[in-house]
Design a protein around this ligand. Structure first.
Ligand code: R5P
Length: 296
């Protein structure tokens, strides 16, 4: 039993200071439960409101992608520079040390390989297993306009329902079919549908025209997808523009792990996302880090 507390003078209830009603730093997240907000705060840095997410889940449909042949050797050492890692449970369990404290964004859909119709996906991870792996987020592709559009939406709403049950946010990834037009009109449609149907965050591609309208019309945070490898300055410029136009971070894979200097690229992306480095400034920083790496 605790002792009876007789020291009335030491207590201070600050009766004249009202309790602050804390909002939450992320768009659209104020009504979520504590566990979900806590997980979102592991993905997005509360001090900047942004994330550098490292996408290495490509193997789930295209096998050993260039740069991902040996995740243990080339990828694990880079993880310390990311806020969150997007990957499959297979790679997590076989290759990632459990001492990693970064937010895990778990690829939870799968099915077809690159040899088949990619929109023909099913859910591929149970919520119990996501909990077992202590993930911060569950994620899947949504194929708006794709052959199996309705199924992918159904997959998403099921994942959202399971995630809500246990406080795990769902990130919807807007997957664009080969012959579809990648413009702001399409991404406004796709991102809004994902958010309306419950995704707590959306990963989508940058478009040079009117990306800010994609962000503005989506009531949850947008994370910019990287896409295929492009020259470093272009990747940094795209990231800079996306952040300045309202993205809450980037989720990049090939532009980091297919770079000649992935560690330097990772450090530089952090500067663009969290410190608003402009493209030229970021390039200078990249060159200096590269020089240090070569010298060291
Ligand atoms: C894309 O949505 C898939 O999940 C990819 O496997 C991956 O996340 C893409 O990353 P990046 O396009 O930056 O290489």
């Amino acid at each position: 039993m605790p002792e009876f507390d007789q020291d009335k003078i030491a207590k201070n209830y600050y009766t004249d200071v009202p309790v602050e009603n804390h909002g939450f730093f992320l768009k659209g997240a104020h009504s979520l439960d504590w566990g979900m907000k806590n997980r979102l705060s592991r993905i997005f840095r509360p001090d900047t409101g942004k994330t550098v997410m490292f996408a290495i889940d490509h193997g789930y449909f295209q096998g050993p992608t260039t740069g991902l042949e040996r995740v243990d050797l080339n990828i694990v050492p880079l993880m310390k520079y990311a806020d969150a890692i997007m990957l499959t449970r297979g790679i997590l369990r076989t290759t990632v040390p459990p001492s990693l404290t970064k937010a895990v964004v778990m690829r939870s859909s799968g099915g077809p390989s690159i040899l088949k119709e990619l929109s023909d996906e099913e859910l591929a991870v149970d919520i119990e297993d996501a909990i077992r792996m202590n993930v911060a987020c569950i994620t899947l592709q949504v194929f708006i306009g794709g052959e199996y559009e309705t199924r992918s939406i159904k997959n998403m709403t099921r994942l959202v329902d399971m995630g809500l049950k246990y406080g795990i946010p769902t990130m919807a990834v807007t997957a664009v079919g080969k012959n579809m037009v990648r413009d702001a009109k399409y991404f406004r449609l796709a991102c809004r549908i994902c958010a309306e149907l419950g995704a707590q965050l959306v990963k989508t591609y940058y478009v040079p025209e009117d990306f800010d309208t994609v962000v503005a019309s989506c009531p949850v945070p947008i994370v910019m997808a990287g896409g295929k490898k492009i020259p470093e300055l272009d990747a940094l410029t795209m990231s800079y523009n996306a952040i300045q136009e309202g993205a809450a971070g980037v989720d990049m894979g090939r532009n980091i792990f297919q770079s000649e200097t992935p560690e330097a690229m990772m450090k530089t992306i952090n500067k663009v996302v969290h410190e608003n480095y402009k493209p030229e400034e970021a390039m200078e920083y990249l060159q200096s880090v590269k020089a240090e790496e070569v010298a060291g």
